[in-house]
Write a protein that binds this ligand. Structure first.
Ligand code: FES
Length: 216
């Protein structure tokens, strides 16, 4: 796990927080219209440039969970009504929902709702993605050929347990979405590859053993 790196951007009615342990510089924030985030400005984020609703909405776009906020009126980030895993083309697993990630630090507020999880096996910040898939040349089209058992209910806690030297074990109602945007798989229990070697990605097929995958 990388060093603690939380930066706070105070505003009159709402504060913004950025967690460097989770950020992989997708830059949803930087592309948002308006002056909430301005690259090169000091400070980078000025919450008083806009209203609370927009600050919340832009922070909640952040797919890695690096951005969060504290609304001084007491309003908290809403837990998503569904749990989803978006499989990125040649990239990580973007998880969103009511998350309980076993190896997340207690003060990783954003990882309770959103996270980018490594599936190439090369991150130095497992279970989180650190963009090592780029240097590793990880390739996967992020298609899903199975449909799962389906869902009786949606939402509820999604527990994510990174098994030592093995897959990510997900327990709870979850839908998985391909890179093309298709909701392809639904169920309440699944083991997802995080070594990068499965022949049936995004699922674990046991290849981590022959590959000698080490999770730490
Ligand atoms: S973790 Fe990759 S095949 Fe099991």
């Amino acid at each position: 796990m990388s060093d603690k790196k939380i930066f706070n951007y105070p505003g009159e009615k709402i504060d913004v927080h950025w967690d460097g342990r989770l950020c992989i510089h997708i830059a949803e924030c930087g592309k948002a219209s308006g002056d909430l985030f301005v690259t090169g400005r000091q400070p980078w984020c000025v919450p008083d440039q806009t209203n609370n609703d927009e600050v919340a909405e832009i922070c909640e776009r952040c797919p890695s969970g690096a951005l969060t906020y504290t609304d001084k009126s007491g309003a908290a980030e809403k837990t998503p009504a569904e749990n989803t895993v978006n499989i990125a083309y040649n990239g990580p697993l973007y998880v969103r929902g009511d998350l309980a990630i076993e190896d997340a630090a207690d003060d990783m507020q954003g990882a309770k709702y959103r996270a980018a999880l490594c599936r190439c096996g090369h991150s130095k910040n497992k279970p989180f993605c650190d963009n090592s898939h780029l240097d590793a040349g990880f390739q996967d089209f992020a298609v899903i050929g199975e449909s799962g058992a389906g869902l009786k209910n949606k939402g509820g806690k999604l527990e994510i347990k990174p098994l030592p030297d093995g897959p990510l074990l997900l327990s709870g109602n979850v839908s998985m979405v391909t890179a093309s945007g298709r909701v392809a798989w639904q169920g309440d229990s699944v083991a997802l590859c995080r070594c990068g070697e499965s022949k049936n990605k995004p699922f674990c097929d046991g290849s981590h053993k022959a590959a000698g995958f080490r999770s730490d």
